[in-house]
Design a protein around this ligand. Structure first.
Ligand SMILES: Nc1ncnc2c1ncn2[C@@H]1O[C@H](COP(=O)(O)OP(=O)(O)OP(=O)(O)O)[C@@H](O)[C@H]1O
Length: 895
């Protein structure tokens, strides 16, 4: 009886004291003055030890400094009960010996999550749930909190669990390092014990101390028996639902826990035990059940707003107070988002000169890059920072940085922008950057220093950031472009650190890039900083799967080339959602551009090149010594005009080859550009539109030439044959020959009767008189040219070959479109005569055939719509070009 009475007394006192704690906690949460328990002095003294740990929380008090009393259930005593509160937070944890597949445990864990969230200041607690045993069902009733963004979806797979523990350990390290007064508490709720390895990691967290700001609630924790190696927990209160029935009794009318479900034994809280002998609370405890669903919803509503506010990172957060106030001398740094509640910065400096960014499509890669670029552009003036921006995908990543018809602004830091770039354009940019490295190396040598940062202050050299989105396209396959790109990237990555040239390579995946075979380490080894967005874990160490569960708008930033333990999870704002702010910022920066600043050179892969819009074309005037035939825009950094010189050297003729009707467009551009270099009457244009596909271009050419006052004659096949014979037999030596003798249908405005112009004998005056024979569909004349003259026995081909060899010396040039390479070779009399037409524009001609025709082995050319290969056999030029075409010309016509 005495023992029972004593137990009863102890229990009642505990009840009163605990009630007082609870009340005071509640009052404190409401801002009221704490209530001092007034009870039996002896028992209060004992419970005071609990009270020390269970210091009264006040609203907004971080849970990492002091543990808070959290109710777990009601102690059962005869005739009543009292609430049982346990210290949690500040290095105090809880373990239950049964896992959450037992509904009582699941309900208890949910109740604890709810109470801790309600106790903490909004945003003061982050909840990370692990539930591989019940596949997340334990957290089901808390769904409103998940939906409101207050707690994260639970980890259910092995990978999720590992990632969650990685993040928790990182959190602990960061919390210890920063030791902030407002540190967020990470509540790790394990509904069951995962594998032994993860169990050990959870146990280690319970030893991490209050500075780690982690609180672990652990279901299914069985302290190991003899011989078992279950790790010991740190400061944790243990709750048992199973076990020794004899120990569970002790109160009249209260069965042991072994006898009925739902009653538990509560061990001694660390540092403030209930018992003196380690036996824990003397009476059994009915664990609290689920909080009412209405409470969950109410809390979700209450905390959801705060969570959203806390979680949202606005684009404005990335911007500095003052524009262009930072110095790039030792590196570049910008805020890219937030880690926890703190702004998070990333740098291009000696430690992290280059960045590797990966994320599956839709993970927010473009948005992240925009955040970075605007952040940098707002901090550093164009004198400190230049940008080269390359995008290899279909999309609009960098369009906003270049002027358009709707918005004339551009980002003044941008030097070159490639949108839907060709690989050849990418290589051109990398070559340009390598030239810049060489210039910088020379400048550093001149000043006797080895690093950009050591240059004298009065010789500032801007840092260059080159962003290559979807860079794997550049390295795709194992062709000369891929190989050259790898070489260039490796060199830029290796030397860029010292010379202030930084690379950001972004991709959906960095694995399986064939051209990198054996070189990946040499290239990526220079990329200490890795950013893994959702699905972008490939840039991290294979054991580091921290990116496995990232939502859109988050990233793992790792400054140790992806190694485990160097992760920081950040959130970055959606730049797309801040369109207005972005536009205003860009306009502000544009208005502030230095006087004389030029817009970036822009390459848009999908643009048609129009000769009329070409600046070289616009500048052409009569009187030049060697007329230029303009054929397109070179795919290079500046989009220089692609052209041939038509001088008196043998072979200065143009062959455009391929079935694509774009061939007629190229002839049109070449002809019109030549025409601009002659005064009317000085040159004769003999146009032979032999195929229907060229009619439109030929008619347009004739009309434009006529309008400009030039002499134009139209030839049919027969007339062409005759004209070739005439020009071959008696090349014009002076004045104009009579076109009437050519059987031509005169279209031009020049005087009929004045035929081919004369050609002077020297280059100096060669431009003075020319004949341009422009044949649209030269192959259509093959039959006629093959026929021999019954008198002279000369075939048309004989005459053509004479004309090709001797014509330029007499001012006669052939511009022809052949629809097949074979036809061209036949007309030339075999590939051995290929130099007789030295200027070639290859359209949809297979690269291998072209290589054979030209006798070039490793010709890298992939025929595609809107592109051509320019080959000049005299100066060994081989360039990818965007051939000129009229607006509305359908490049799809090219196969
Ligand atoms: N921080 C963010 N917060 C919210 N939404 C975001 C965030 N970042 C990106 N998004 C959204 O995700 C979508 C995809 O973003 P983005 O275009 O940057 O993806 P991506 O990885 O570049 O995809 P793709 O490679 O297919 O172009 C967009 O609708 C964007 O608004």
């Amino acid at each position: 009886m005495g023992r029972l009475a004593s137990a009863y007394g102890q229990a009642m006192a505990a009840h009163r004291a605990a009630r007082a704690h609870l009340d005071s906690a509640r009052d404190a949460l409401r801002g009221a003055v704490p209530v001092t328990p007034s009870a039996d002095a002896d028992l209060v003294a004992r419970l005071a030890r609990v009270g020390t740990a269970l210091a009264t929380p006040t609203p907004g008090t971080p849970l990492v400094r002091q543990p808070v009393p959290v109710r777990v259930g009601e102690a059962i005593v005869a005739g009543g009960g009292f609430p049982v509160l346990l210290p949690l937070g500040a290095g105090h944890h809880l373990a239950v010996d049964t896992d959450a597949r037992d509904p009582a445990v699941a309900a208890l864990l949910r109740a604890l999550v709810l109470r801790i969230l309600a106790t903490a200041a909004p945003g003061g607690v982050r909840v990370a749930g692990l539930d591989s045993a019940a596949l997340g069902a334990t957290f089901g009733p808390l769904r409103p909190l998940v939906d409101a963004g207050v707690i994260d979806p639970p980890a259910t797979t092995d990978a999720d669990v590992t990632a969650l523990l990685d993040a928790a350990e990182q959190h602990a390290r960061d919390a210890r390092r920063t030791d902030r007064p407002d540190q967020e508490l990470l509540l790790v709720v394990a509904a069951s014990v995962p594998s032994p390895r993860e169990a050990a990691r959870l146990a280690a967290l319970t030893h991490a101390g209050s500075a780690a700001a982690v609180c672990v609630l652990l279901g299914g924790w069985q302290q190991g028996g003899p011989g078992e190696s279950t790790p010991h927990l740190g400061s944790a209160t243990v709750v048992r639902l199973s076990g020794d029935p004899a120990r569970a009794g002790g109160v009249p009318g209260v069965p042991s826990s072994g006898d009925i479900g739902g009653l538990a034994r509560v061990g001694d809280p660390p540092g403030a035990p209930f018992s003196t002998d380690g036996s824990g609370l003397a009476v059994p405890v009915r664990l609290d059940g689920d909080p009412p669903p209405a409470s969950v919803v109410a809390l979700a509503t209450h905390l959801g707003d705060a969570a959203r506010r806390g979680a949202s990172v606005s684009f404005a957060d990335l911007l500095p107070g003052q524009r262009w106030a930072a110095s790039a001398r030792v590196g570049l740094r910008t805020v890219v988002g937030r880690a926890g509640r703190d702004p998070f910065g990333m740098a291009f400096d000696d430690a992290t000169p280059h960045w590797l960014v990966a994320g599956r499509t839709g993970a927010g890669k473009t948005v992240f890059l925009l955040d970075v670029l605007y952040g940098l552009a707002a901090r550093y003036s164009p004198a400190e920072l230049q940008l080269y921006l390359l995008d290899f995908k279909e999309g609009v990543s960098f369009t906003e940085f270049v002027p358009t018809s709707r918005d004339p602004s551009w980002l003044p830091h941008a030097r070159a922008v490639g949108i839907e770039s060709d690989r050849e354009y990418g290589v051109a940019v990398l070559r340009e950057l390598r030239r810049e490295l060489q210039r910088r190396a020379t400048a550093l040598k001149r000043h006797g220093v080895t690093k950009l940062a050591d240059l004298p202050a009065d010789t500032p050299v801007p840092r260059i950031v080159t962003v290559i989105d979807e860079f794997q396209v550049l390295l795709a396959g194992n062709d000369p472009i891929a190989r050259e790109s790898v070489n260039l990237l490796e060199e830029l990555a290796r030397k860029g650190r010292s010379y202030g040239v930084h690379l950001v390579l972004a991709s959906q995946s960095t694995t399986g890039i064939e051209a990198l075979y054996g070189r990946a380490e040499a290239v990526f080894g220079q990329f200490a900083l890795r950013v893994a967005l959702a699905g972008g874990g490939g840039v991290l160490d294979p054991l580091n799967d921290a990116a496995a569960t990232l939502p859109v708008g988050s990233a793992v930033v790792n400054t140790a080339a992806g190694a485990l333990g160097a992760n920081t999870v950040i959130r970055f704002p959606d730049a797309h959602a801040a369109g207005g702010t972005l536009t205003r910022l860009r306009h502000e920066l544009w208005q502030a551009r230095p006087p004389g600043a030029h817009p970036p050179s822009v390459f848009r892969g999908y643009d048609t090149a129009r000769v009329e819009a070409d600046t070289t074309f616009a500048g052409l005037r009569p009187g030049g010594r060697r007329p230029l035939a303009l054929v397109g825009r070179t795919v290079d950094v500046d989009g220089t005009t692609a052209m041939f010189i038509t001088d008196t050297a043998p072979g200065r003729h143009l062959a455009v080859v391929g079935t694509s009707p774009a061939g007629a467009e190229v002839l049109r551009a070449a002809t019109l550009s030549l025409a601009r270099q002659h005064t009317p009457g000085e040159a004769t244009f003999l146009l032979a539109p032999l195929v229907a596909a060229a009619d439109s271009a030929a008619d347009d050419t004739a009309a434009a030439l006529t309008a400009a006052g030039h002499q134009v004659q139209r030839l049919d096949t027969a007339a062409l044959r005759a004209q070739i014979a005439t020009l071959a037999a008696s090349p014009p030596v002076t004045g104009m020959s009579d076109p009437g003798t050519l059987g031509a249908d005169t279209l031009g405005s020049g005087t009929p009767g004045n035929g081919a112009p004369h050609a002077a004998s020297s280059d100096g005056a060669a431009a003075a008189a020319r004949t341009y024979l422009v044949v649209f569909g030269m192959d259509a004349a093959a039959g006629r040219l093959a026929q021999s003259d019954p008198v002279t026995f000369r075939s048309g081909h004989d005459d053509l070959r004479t004309l090709l060899r001797q014509g330029p010396g007499h001012g006669v040039h052939l511009l022809g479109w052949w629809r097949g390479l074979r036809r061209l070779a036949d007309d030339l009399g075999g590939t051995q005569n290929r130099d007789d037409v030295a200027c070639l524009v290859a359209l949809n001609v297979p690269g291998a055939d072209l290589g054979l025709h030209l006798g070039v082995h490793d010709l890298a050319y992939t025929p595609r719509a809107g592109r051509a290969l320019l080959v000049d056999r005299h100066d060994q030029r081989v360039r990818l070009i965007v051939p000129f075409a009229r607006d509305g010309y359908d490049t799809d016509g090219q196969e």
